[in-house]
Design a protein around this ligand. Sequence first.
Ligand SMILES: [Zn+2]
Length: 421
Amino acid sequence: MVDEERLPSAERRAKDDVSYREQLAYVLERSPFYRTKLAGVDTSGGLDAIARLPLTEKRELKATCTPENPFGSHLCVAPSELARIYSTSGTTGTPTYIPLTEDDLDNWIAGSARSYGASGVAAGDRVVTTYNAGPFVAGAALDAFARIGVTHVPVGTGSSERLLRAIEALRPDAVVLTPSYAEYLLELADLRDSSVARVLVAGEPGGGEPALRTKLEAGWGARVTEAMGIGDIGPSLWGECEEQAGMHLGAVGFVHPELIDPETGGPRELRDGATGELVLTHLRHRAAPLLRFRTRDHVEVTTSACPCGRTTPRVRCIGRTDDMLIVRGVNVFPSAIREVVSTFAPAVSGRILVKPRSAAVKQEPPLPVAVELAEGEEGSTSLGAAIRQQLRGVLLVRTDVELVPWGSLQRTEYKSRLVDR
Ligand SMILES: [Zn+2]
């Protein structure tokens, strides 16, 4: 039997269409949120007509939370049917509670196991993880390692010394961490000759940026692959295979991906090279299914055949809508600025901080950007000018580059902040 990740695309589409129709009927029967939202909307037509449905925004869901129902009115089951309740880590505002039935949880783990399994980690490998993920959605990703059958060494964050000691003493085959933390550890230790052959990064964009990836692969002497999820839909939905050309949809069959124009919300075809905001629909969810949920992740899509044999679409995350700025009509992602700046290594450390002059999305040029110098680098006017020129050439944005000394921008065991609003 062909496994889920290798189904011919027409067969995949047919299966997902059946799941989608069932999911939609389930939601219309049980979800007060969607009964209201979809009143008067033509819901016929299956996946081919999914773009007729309105998009779902996170704030709409939050607005329906009450003291009696802290999950929101999209809850479709009795509270007693819930097997687990996660929180989103709440980088913005108050946490959201994510309820799951036993089946939901099992599907999450199955999808996540595929995503991490794509990286090449396999039963018998020793894997150190660093997520303090117990209460958070990423906690289910940790269960995925048990599903794959690896020897799991949960170290958590909080002590880099403890982590480095575990790497030295236990000689793991792989480590799982954010790209920011993977980068920071290279400042603390020489890991080129460590046992680690695979560095699995997730939690924020960056692991797919060529300059950062090159730095991590050289520093760790290991292959770097990335994974990505979104709290409200599922953990590590996407995971990169050993071809290292974008993250495959590991949650295939559980989630249907779409692409939209982030400004108009209009659909964009999911085809090779297309970019846009990722929109996801649950296909087999029970506790609190979501339809056409805006992830606020901007991605570039690859749909062509992958040499690994998986037929699932691949994405690379370009940045988060929440971080996006518009300078004279040009969309600018701080992660894209970092990518351009990183090409000036070894003069720069690769760390940047964008400092918009106002809280608005739209900014007047020049956009202020702090660029951290590499250790021992003095910096020069010509370096600043060269970076400015390159940013203008590649991203079409005029910046005001301030070179700051090594060590002056934040180091983190979790996610980097790229914009100081
Ligand atoms: Zn592949």
